[in-house]
Design a protein around this ligand. Structure first.
Ligand SMILES: Nc1ncnc2c1ncn2[C@@H]1O[C@H](COP(=O)(O)OP(=O)(O)OP(=O)(O)O)[C@@H](O)[C@H]1O
Ligand SMILES: [Mg+2]
Length: 403
């Protein structure tokens, strides 16, 4: 509810205005005080949305109080409507210079005052929204700059790690050649080599992700992308989260940019991990659906033909309907300040759409959530040609192409 404060040294003026305005059935809360000092104390304790201020008052007058309000960062955004006499032109100029929002001549007509108050409240609400958006954008900027620094750091570490791994792998290979006489040594060294190989692939992924090269749509097997994403994310998945990845036997070829598809999976898996708060089951599934209508999704503007359905399911907090209604909106987050920016899923939605696909979700509060990502399947030779044409046409449509 909007809060309006009246400041006038004549109690009758305040009570009269309050009475007349309350007859206009406005959903506002009115407070009134008879001196500037009383107002200063009240404004210190209560947040008002607008103030109606008499210009002429004994002690601190309306102009002095206005100057004080506009000088204080906490109160400078409150619109102030000045109550003036007709002959107070000079004072009006002064009040305007100081930042008064509007004027109403005394004796005030309640309809006119109500209209001007509505204008002031509307403006305050727009300004409040803008301020909030600016704060969010500023936090985004700081966050993305931090990510850039972390990316730079990860790249440098990855380079060094690559060299270290090469030395370890080289020596292990040499030792392996000499180890045939010691029982069990060869198997141990082979394990060490496998780990080096794993580490080297991880490093390559970090380097590729950090490179920020322009997006390129190519044919990839979704199974490999899931493998790589899980390998990258293994460090952030707690031990008490069981990961079930039901990998299909047959290739699941799609036309995507590898890095951005990994970004999609990283967002979905990270969200799932956060939702499970330390323990639960993360299930990744992948299967083919003959057309998009064959899945549980009804969607327009999608081409007919086979799709791959990628499922990322968790046994976490789940979401209620009001959260579900907003999750793909940029900056929507239910996480506490500093923990989430609210852009993850909007990025997922944008990327998947550019690949000619669709992302949707099903969730039960307190039980589980499954995200479904549909991507056009590339199955036959003709289908590959069509997909490549589609990828090229998506690329042409984009000014700053994702693909
Ligand atoms: N698997 C999930 N289970 C429960 N809630 C989820 C899940 N995935 C997303 N959400 C909800 O959707 C919101 C938006 O997710 P999104 O990934 O866009 O932003 P975020 O995770 O809050 O922040 P960030 O931009 O850092 O990813 C989350 O704050 C959360 O409320
Ligand atoms: Mg997220």
């Amino acid at each position: 509810m909007n809060r309006v404060l009246f400041i006038d040294d004549e109690p009758n003026v305040i009570s009269g205005l309050q009475r007349q305005l309350s007859r206009l059935s406005l959903d506002w809360e009115f407070e009134g005080v008879n001196s500037a000092m009383e107002a200063v104390h009240l404004i210190d304790r209560i947040d008002f949305d607008t103030i109606v201020l008499d210009i002429r008052m004994p002690g601190m007058d309306g102009i002095q109080l206005l100057a004080r309000l506009k000088a204080n960062p906490k109160t400078k955004h409150i619109p102030v409507i000045m109550l003036t006499g007709c002959a107070e032109r000079e004072l009006k100029h002064e009040a305007l210079e100081l930042g008064a929002y509007d004027f109403v001549n005394k004796p005030a007509d309640p309809h006119e005052l109500a209209a001007r108050l509505k204008g002031a409240l509307r403006m305050k609400s727009y300004e409040d929204q803008l301020r909030e958006q600016n704060i969010t954008l500023e936090q985004q900027l700081i966050q993305s700059q931090k990510m850039e620094l972390m990316g730079f750091l990860a790249n440098s570490v990855a380079h060094d790690l690559n060299n270290i791994l090469a030395v370890i792998a080289g020596h292990t290979q040499l030792a392996s050649l000499k180890a045939h006489r010691v029982k069990g040594a060869k198997a141990d060294l082979d394990h060490a080599l496998e780990s080096c190989d794993h580490g080297a692939r991880l490093v390559q992924q970090i380097l590729r992700l950090g490179r920020g090269s322009p997006a390129e749509c190519e044919l990839h097997d979704l199974r490999d992308i899931i493998d790589e994403s899980l390998m990258l994310l293994s460090v952030i998945i707690p031990e008490d989260i069981e990961v079930i990845w039901s990998k299909p036997h047959r290739a699941c070829t799609v036309g995507v940019d590898l890095t951005q598809m990994i970004q999609v999976l990283m967002n979905l898996i990270t969200n799932a991990v956060h939702a499970m708060n330390g323990s639960g089951v993360l299930t990744i599934g992948l299967s083919q659906v003959p057309t998009i209508e064959d899945s549980h999704v009804k969607a327009d503007n999608l081409h007919s033909g086979p799709y791959f359905e990628l499922r990322v399911a968790d046994t976490g907090s789940g979401m209620d309907q009001s959260t579900l209604d907003h999750i793909f909106h940029p900056f929507f987050t239910t996480k506490e300040k500093g923990k989430g920016t609210g852009i993850g899923l909007s990025v997922v939605h944008r990327i998947v759409k550019k690949f000619g696909g669709l992302v949707t979700v099903k969730s039960t509060v307190g039980a589980e959530t499954t995200f479904y990502v549909y991507l056009p399947a590339v199955t036959t030779a003709g289908n590959i040609d069509r997909q490549e044409e589609r990828i090229e046409s998506v690329g042409r449509e984009e000014t700053n192409p994702v693909c």
